[in-house]
Design a protein around this ligand. Structure first.
Ligand code: DX5
Ligand code: ZN
Length: 219
């Protein structure tokens, strides 16, 4: 994986101007749209659900990278496929039958992602890494945008990269939470392929320019 991927998180967009912000991402140097679905049970926050995702999908022209922060995600795999998700990421901590969940996501034609909370060790993926298209390493506790980056993430990314190489897997490493121009390069050097950024992009004076800068920074 050579070209690094920038995935603006729409959670930090202006929801009253969602179409405008999606079109900004469409026109920008970004590669994916990162979409956070929260249920108020797995995480202590509720973001938005299917009708809003449907509206997003109607305007978005890039890969829809959907991050489910919900319990029992298996119930909605088919629905998210129908809504146009390209990548569907579930949380390790929410899936007692992770292998089955991954197969179900792939059976619907989507790339299968697994997100790890900051306390979840990457070695727990030893037996599933070859079935995972994307590991989303949470660099904040999931549920809210605008939190500060957890420094332990660098070591975690390095260890995950080693696991991927050792197992000859083709898994992408995505970082989600507190990503800025301050840590972007170091994350890529540690082995990351995809950087999600919410606040850093959407709260900046010129989001499109910020995306351009991030993209340039990570090459
Ligand atoms: C947090 C979400 C993130 C969030 C990142 O639970 O998964 O995608 O939007 O936001 P920032 O970049 O502001 O930390
Ligand atoms: Zn996310």
């Amino acid at each position: 994986m050579d070209e690094k991927i920038i995935a603006p998180s729409l959670l930090a967009a202006d929801f009253a101007n969602l179409q405008r912000d999606i079109e900004m991402v469409n026109q920008s140097d970004a590669d994916w749209h990162h979409i956070d679905i929260m249920d108020g049970v797995f995480v202590p926050n509720i973001s938005f659900g299917m009708p809003v995702l449907k509206a997003i999908a109607a305007h978005a022209t890039k890969t829809l990278d959907v991050h489910l922060m919900i319990v029992d995600p298996d119930r909605y795999i088919k629905t998210f496929a129908e809504l146009g998700a390209n990548n569907l990421t579930v949380h390790y901590e929410a899936c007692p039958h992770l292998h089955r969940t991954l197969q179900a996501i792939k059976a619907e034609g989507m790339a299968a992602g697994v997100a790890l909370n900051p306390h979840t060790n990457i070695n727990l993926l030893e037996d599933t890494i070859n079935d995972i298209d994307l590991v989303c390493v949470m660099s904040v506790n999931p549920g809210f945008g605008g939190q500060s980056f957890i420094e332990n993430t660098y070591d975690k990314v390095k260890a995950l990269k080693e696991l991927i190489i050792r197992k000859s897997a083709h898994t992408l490493i995505e970082i989600d939470g507190g990503v800025t121009s301050e840590n972007a390069k170091q994350l890529i050097d540690a082995g990351a392929d995809v950087l999600v950024a919410g606040s850093f992009i959407f709260k900046s004076d010129n989001p499109s320019q910020t995306i351009k800068k991030l993209k340039k920074l990570v090459g």
